[in-house]
Design a protein. Sequence first.
Length: 482
Amino acid sequence: HMKSGEVRKLAEAAASEGADAAVWAAIAERCAVFAERLHYWDVVLILQAFTAARVENRPLFVRLGEALSSKTSKLAPKHALDLLAVYEANGLRPRSLYVELFHTIIRLSRSMYAEELSLTLQALARYGLGNPTVVSQLVRTVQQQLKDFRLRYLCSVTGALGAMQACPAALLAELDGHARLEVATVPAQELLENLQAFPLLEFSWAPYEVLCLEELLQRTRAFETWEDIEQMADPFETLRFLQARNLLHDEFLQALCQWCLQGVHKPNVRSERRPTARQLTTLYDHCLERGMEQTAALQDALNYYVESGGGIWQSAMPKPLKFRKRRRYIRSDDPWDGVELPDLGPIAPQLAQQSRQDDLLGLFAAPSSPPPMVVADDAVVEAKGSAPMLGRKKLSARSPLLSLEESTVRCWITSRKSPRPRHRRDPGLKKMLRTDMPRGPLWYHGGWETRPKYQQGQATSRYPWAGVPTGNNGNKRILRRS
């Protein structure tokens, strides 16, 4: 005796391997005899296997349809649609089974998702099963859940209702309003995905497709920076989509050049999105056709891609002097590189020592200090009314030879230290070795009333020795008090 699952597996294997007619006859006989004992999901798969193998057995389909009529309350929306597809493919419409399937669709319509409602309406339109009661219930559910419908499902629903001539003007106006709202609020990437999915739909609505395409073109024409292109999952897929429909424009190419310039400076790892050599070549060809090959962003992206070896070669920037987590580093070129400074002679150490004593490094001098020195090309010139050279101090201000954009910082520097007291943070240090260990609760440390509890020792050569402890804090004190 074969179980329900075993019969189903045998039918699927026969369909995939191309079994002989005798095998199908044996499977049909077994299914007809034990039709009431078969699980409903196994029955659906067995009927699909017969249909896929193009084995015609109308008595078997009728017999299994009668058995399924009493189990339709357990069916899911997918099972109901699969049964409609199987019986329509074999040209059979068992009245009792179809009535039960319609009741099941009506009962499940309130709990269906937007995609399931769309597929159900498309199935009814495909097979010409425009039952007024079923369609009206589905339409009522669509109106209640309209805010959950994406644009592609909205196109399918409207196209299926239009094919069944069951879309009145009031309903169409409501669907149009939601379509405009959906197009205006979804991201640009979802607009592209909708446009790519429209050709695959069996039923669609052309006005919604045109509305979606116009919105995508309007948004791509507003792209200016690399952050706008970052909205797209694959910018070059968008490029190919626009090129295939002859909708490519200069604004999108300029923004894509900015994105490529930003991308070539990112690490060449899987977690970062950066253009490949083939994509940069394709972008250059499109820019060359439109006379945009001299765009600064495109040229910089190509040059840096070649210099960095496609992001594989490391940067030529110097490494920091010392690395530590959560530390900020600032780097700037030295504007004094290559400039010959005047020699101060033997008075330089005296000036440096006096500057360290009188002033703090990094702060402006006191008001009583003399005016600063002005560094010329070949000598040190004193300002008008200045004191002798030995009494002058150099203020901690910017050099007059530097412009506003330049700085005297040459190497990597760390941020300033925090105010004292500075507590060392070492997660790997044991708590018992910490010098700033906070004091625990009283019950943890004990108080002046607590006494250690000693137990009888054993006769060994080490402590604790055998016998009653005789210390002042041991059992001697406790026994004396008792």
